[in-house]
Design a protein. Structure first.
Length: 327
């Protein structure tokens, strides 16, 4: 009796699939979406529906009529891109701008490179940065949180600065409450406001082994240490580092976009270096740059370095002798 079955690779099988992973990401983002709807009502829900619908439709149209290949929208990757894109914009942004951002995310950053698994940059962030450059006024007009049980589901948006914007313009004279930042009672992109909701989703992804902790941990530690050094040098100018962790989109970027399997390094050492670069660039932009926020730019910049990081920390195949440094 033949006791061995010889076949081609791969030989390791698992229950994970692209669709299952993307569904897990969507599930992980639901707490933050519910908090966003609680604080921003109809505006947040409307933009989410439009953004997700635009990304899915754009991918379907490109595959159906331009590429004329198999339609893969069932893998839910376009839906994840749409949801992350929506999470990175103000809740009161005009709908047509979100449509433009979704088309850019799918039609420029994803499909021209061959679709999922081949894009060098995070599509949602490309769409977000495109909108920020093209529509700077609308993308920096932030609605303030208004609980729907007090103001209604369709309440008009009241705009104001984000916590990072306040720090950039007014310094430490009008520092927002840390608890409000954690719970989401603040202005900003509606998907990034509640740190607790995002962390709940991140724990779910880690437990499901969808993401690894190395990149987010490296980002958060780098931001904390870098910002902490600046605070120790001049506490009257630079805020305490813990605020940097919950202000802006750091948690959203660290756990949900920097961990993108396609655009981030493969090895542990590569992930740590990748996270260090994102954290350092974020703090540099926040403290000395023109923009109060820098996470999106930092991730895209480090996306460009991912091929070099993978090459530098490429593991050697089993049986291959590592060359000696003396040689």
């Amino acid at each position: 009796m033949n006791q061995f079955t010889i076949s081609g690779s791969p030989h390791v099988h698992a229950n994970e699939s692209t669709r299952r992973i993307m569904i897990d990401v969507l599930i992980a983002l639901m707490p933050a979406l519910l908090v966003a709807i609680y604080y921003f009502g109809w505006y947040a829900l409307r933009l989410t529906i439009v953004s997700v619908g635009t990304c899915v439709l754009a991918e379907w149209l490109i595959q159906k009529f331009l590429i004329k290949g198999p339609v893969t929208i069932n893998d839910c990757s376009a839906a994840v891109t749409g949801l992350l894109l929506a999470f990175n914009v103000p809740a009161n942004l005009p709908v047509w701008m979100v449509v433009v951002g979704g088309i850019v995310a799918i039609g420029v950053a994803k499909m021209p490179f061959g679709g999922l698994g081949k894009n060098p940059f995070n599509p949602a962030l490309v769409g977000r940065v495109f909108m920020l450059v093209s529509f700077p006024a609308a993308m920096t007009t932030w609605p303030q949180a208004q609980p729907i049980f007090q103001n209604g589901f369709f309440a008009d948006a009241v705009t104001g600065p984000t916590p990072l914007g306040i720090l950039k313009e007014e310094g430490l004279t009008n520092n927002p409450e840390l608890l409000d930042m954690v719970l989401g009672n603040r202005g900003g992109a509606f998907g990034e406001v509640c740190a607790i909701a995002l962390l709940i989703g991140a724990i779910y992804l880690i437990c499901r082994r969808v993401i690894e902790i190395f990149t987010p941990l490296s980002i958060l530690l780098t931001v904390f240490i870098f910002a902490g050094i600046c605070h120790l040098i001049d506490p009257t100018t630079y805020i305490a580092p813990v605020y940097h962790l919950v202000y802006g989109g750091l948690i959203l970027g660290a756990f949900y976009m920097a961990t993108d399997m396609v655009t981030s390094p493969m090895t542990i050492r590569g992930k740590l270096l990748f996270g260090f670069g994102i954290g350092a660039i974020t703090v540099i932009i926040r403290l000395w740059g023109a923009y109060p926020e820098g996470v999106s730019f930092a991730i895209l910049i480090m996306n460009a370095f991912t091929p070099l990081i993978n090459k530098a920390f490429k593991p050697y195949r089993f049986g291959v002798v590592k060359p000696s440094k003396k040689q």
